[in-house]
Design a binder for this molecule. Structure first.
Ligand code: ADP
Ligand code: MG
Length: 358
């Protein structure tokens, strides 16, 4: 195990306290119970406007082989053997999961950079992995398997010997979890993973012990980004973590964040995907409220010939008492609220229609 850092904890001791606290809550005689039954996930599809906020969804689990030492203590020969075993096993995937293994050492610089930029491949030179000896002999033994769509991937010999990943554009968390569950179950039938009845899956970083599952979305939250206190409060309440979109220890740009489950231990995989869904749903609700509150408030204007341009109509039009026009009859506050600043299919705005008397 190594003392990796973690954005939501200020020090390693905070991080470890969190793991220990979870460990005790879990009860020292409790057994780790894995559950990847995607049919038990309660995640109704997001509405179209909510889904549009979510750029992509990714779920991964970390796994290590029972018959080999963990990365910080492995020899070069053993690591290369792990690569050989995993890359061979990858050949047996069929259908949607079928794909190719690419060794990092024989990949072109351009391909490698592109895969990192597109969020498919791990970065290199992580200082925490460096500090614990996980970067020895780089890039030997490292690589990535992926299917044609790049929706199912396996990182080999990065922080853990296997990182099994399911990802795709958009907000379909159920589809991503279904694919991960199917693939991980298949792999587990063939591979003997390092596992402890109490702690669950054994991983290089103690924060991953248990399920080693991190389910995340990349989501646009520009208003919450400016309301850090509220943002962090929701994250704490729903046990989710906020990261930058270029992976752990990165800042974010353009108000897009990586939101994922914070817990790994003492709960099932399905429960942790549920944490992520619930946290994301709560953040979306808060974001929509903030966006609504930030909308410019309408300023009522008096009817009259001074209203010449669409911009002159800044809110409800007030007609002199006794006006008998259709405009006066139909331009109710509700109609204003509903159509202000909107356009019809031909691109004619509500304000233009008012000016023309339509
Ligand atoms: P891990 O916990 O799997 O090590 P990292 O935070 O190190 O994850 O990120 C690894 C890569 O996965 C980064 O390129 C990151 O941008 C990408 N990633 C994480 N979540 C998503 C997501 N929901 N959509 C797209 N890419 C993602
Ligand atoms: Mg990582």
């Amino acid at each position: 195990m190594y003392a990796g850092s973690h954005d939501s904890y200020s020090t390693f001791s905070d991080l470890f306290d969190n793991v220990i606290e979870d460990y005790h809550k879990h009860g020292k005689d409790a057994k780790h119970v894995s559950n990847m039954d995607f049919t038990q996930l309660n995640c109704p599809p997001f509405t179209a406007d909510e889904a549009a906020m979510i750029v992509s969804t990714r779920i991964r689990v970390g796994r290590n082989l029972a018959d080999f030492p963990l990365g910080p203590g492995i020899s070069k020969e053993q690591r290369d053997k792990v690569e050989e075993l995993v890359s061979k096993a990858c050949k047996s995937f069929t259908g949607e999961l079928a794909g190719t293994y690419y060794a990092l050492g024989s990949m072109s610089e351009a391909d490698r950079k592109q895969l990192i930029e597109d969020h498919f491949l791990f970065k290199e030179g992580d200082r925490f992995l460096e500090a614990c000896g996980l970067n020895r002999d780089w890039p030997s033994g490292r690589g990535i398997f992926h299917n044609k769509e790049k929706s199912f991937l396996i990182w080999v010999n990065e922080e853990d010997q296997l990182r099994i990943i399911s990802m795709q554009k958009g907000a379909d968390i159920l589809a991503v979890f279904t694919r991960l569950s199917t693939a991980a179950t298949l792999i587990e039938k063939e591979a003997k993973f390092a596992h402890d009845d109490h702690l669950g899956y054994i991983t290089s970083c103690p924060t991953n012990l248990g399920t080693a599952l991190r389910a995340s979305v990349h989501i646009k939250l520009p208003f919450l980004a400016k309301n850090k206190e509220e943002f962090n409060k929701i994250a704490d309440q729903f046990f989710v973590q906020i990261r930058g979109i270029h992976g752990e220890h990165t800042e974010t740009d353009d108000g897009v964040f990586d939101i994922s489950n914070k817990r790994r231990l003492g709960r099932s995989e399905k429960d942790l995907v549920q944490d992520m869904y619930s946290g994301v749903k709560a953040m979306i609700t808060a974001e929509k409220k903030l966006a609504e509150a930030a909308k410019p408030k309408p300023v009522p204007v008096k009817a009259g010939p001074h209203l010449k341009k669409p911009e002159d109509i800044t809110g409800q039009i007030e007609f002199p008492a006794g006006t008998k026009s259709l405009l006066c009859k139909y331009l109710t506050p509700a109609v204003h609220e509903k159509y202000m600043h909107k356009k019809d299919q031909a691109g004619v705005s509500f304000e233009q229609m008012i000016l023309s008397g339509a």
